[in-house]
Design a protein around this ligand. Structure first.
Ligand SMILES: Nc1ncnc2c1ncn2[C@@H]1O[C@H](COP(=O)(O)OP(=O)(O)OP(=O)(O)O)[C@@H](O)[C@H]1O
Length: 224
């Protein structure tokens, strides 16, 4: 599904350069649950941003299904990003002026789904994450765990093949983090491919495969 071939990322800071990734190569097969682990500053978020086509590599080739992502124009990259990925971030990233329901509906409007269908699907997804009683709440009226569950419902709205989760439990207390992980584990059982950045060893153990990044290099890999 995903193949990274010698992916490099350099950030140009004018008079200096930061090399965040050095020739990272690996594949992710459809249906896998992969954890990406490594110390702070090792390049995990940079790697996730490249996989999710939120940023471009400065070297190497990224294949997603039959697409050579690195060779595509921005517009085509955006279309693939919107149709293939669901994103979950550490800081939830909900729109504060939109209700839970409207936040979940939003990506579907970008994808051209009709209003009634958007509303129906958003209600189903919020129900799936246990928030059918919170649909009209604004994010500020929701707890952190509830906000992250809205973010998961939003990530699922366009039926993505792949969920990219960057420290999804980083801002949550342990019990609420566990609820989020349980939802991700269920999604994986239903066939969704999941790539998750985590600092937490116990969470890494929930994945089938752990990719360890150190100083922008793939340091080791563990498969279960
Ligand atoms: N926009 C940027 N401009 C310049 N340097 C950057 C930028 N983003 C990241 N870096 C640098 O690239 C390296 C990798 O950063 P990255 O955010 O990918 O690490 P990380 O493993 O996700 O860290 P953390 O666990 O702390 O989130 C770091 O040295 C960081 O300072």
């Amino acid at each position: 599904m995903i193949r990274l071939d010698k992916i490099q990322k350099k950030y140009d800071l004018g008079d200096t350069e930061v090399a965040a990734l050095h020739e990272v190569s690996f594949e992710i097969t459809a249906g896998e649950f992969v954890a990406i682990m490594g110390p702070s500053g090792s390049g995990k978020s940079t790697l996730m941003n490249i996989i999710g086509i939120l940023d471009n590599a400065t070297g190497g080739t990224y294949y997603l299904e039959d697409y050579d992502i690195t060779a595509l124009p921005d517009k085509e990259q955006a279309r693939i990003r919107n149709t293939h990925f669901g994103f979950i971030f550490q800081s939830f990233n909900l729109f504060p002026e939109l209700s839970a329901m409207e936040n979940v509906m939003l990506p579907m409007s970008y994808a051209g789904v009709a209003y009634n269908e958007r509303k129906k699907r958003a209600a189903e997804l919020l129900d799936q994450v246990g928030l059918s009683h919170r649909m009209s709440h604004l994010p500020t009226m929701l707890s952190g765990g509830e906000q992250q569950r809205v973010a998961i419902a939003r990530a699922l709205s366009n039926k993505p093949n792949l969920i990219l989760a960057d420290e999804p439990t980083g801002n949550l207390p342990t019990d609420k983090g566990q609820e989020v992980l349980d939802i991700l584990t269920d999604l994986h059982k239903q066939g969704t491919t999941i790539v998750m950045v985590t600092h937490n060893d116990a969470q890494g153990e929930m994945a089938q495969r752990v990719i360890n990044i150190r100083d922008g290099l793939l340091a080791s890999e563990v498969r279960r």
